[in-house]
Design a protein around this ligand. Structure first.
Ligand SMILES: [Zn+2]
Length: 145
């Protein structure tokens, strides 16, 4: 039987459940189509355009735990390099499409990651409020009449 590779990973699921318990609503692995590629972040806030990835330390080469693999380096070295290069290309594609990208490591405290996500959501909400204010037709104040 083939295993589903997209099952909830521990840290990712914990971040999601914390955000959910704080009343945040999001989509899991929702596809985002940019000009360059189709991207499925771990947590997607569609309206706010915030995309969150909880990256595995080994697969994405965390600076703390992403040591060089000791076995079969000829295989793993280039493979992991490609992962990291793809991560950066994904970040660039999302940023180019107007998304805020948050990358967290699986070793980070889920609460800390959730805090970071909420700060990004607040920043996006503030930006949106400014954009709405600028787009709204100016009302003449009584002083101007
Ligand atoms: Zn790590």
């Amino acid at each position: 039987m083939r295993r589903n590779r997209r099952v909830d990973s521990g840290p990712e699921a914990r971040v999601r459940s914390i955000l959910h318990s704080r009343g945040r609503r999001f989509r899991k692995h929702a596809p985002i189509r940019t000009d360059e590629r189709l991207i499925r972040p771990d947590i997607v806030f569609t309206r706010a355009r915030v995309a969150v990835f909880v990256d595995g330390c080994f697969w994405h080469r965390c600076p703390v735990h992403g040591n060089e693999p000791r076995l079969n380096t000829a295989y793993w070295g280039p493979k992991l390099e490609r992962n990291v290069a793809r991560d950066r290309a994904v970040d660039a594609a999302l940023a180019g499409a107007g998304w805020t990208v948050i990358r967290a490591w699986e070793h980070e405290q889920p609460e800390t990651v959730a805090d970071r996500v909420e700060r990004a959501l607040s920043a996006r909400a503030a930006q949106a409020a400014v954009a709405r204010a600028l787009a709204a037709p100016r009302r003449a104040s009584s002083a101007e009449i």
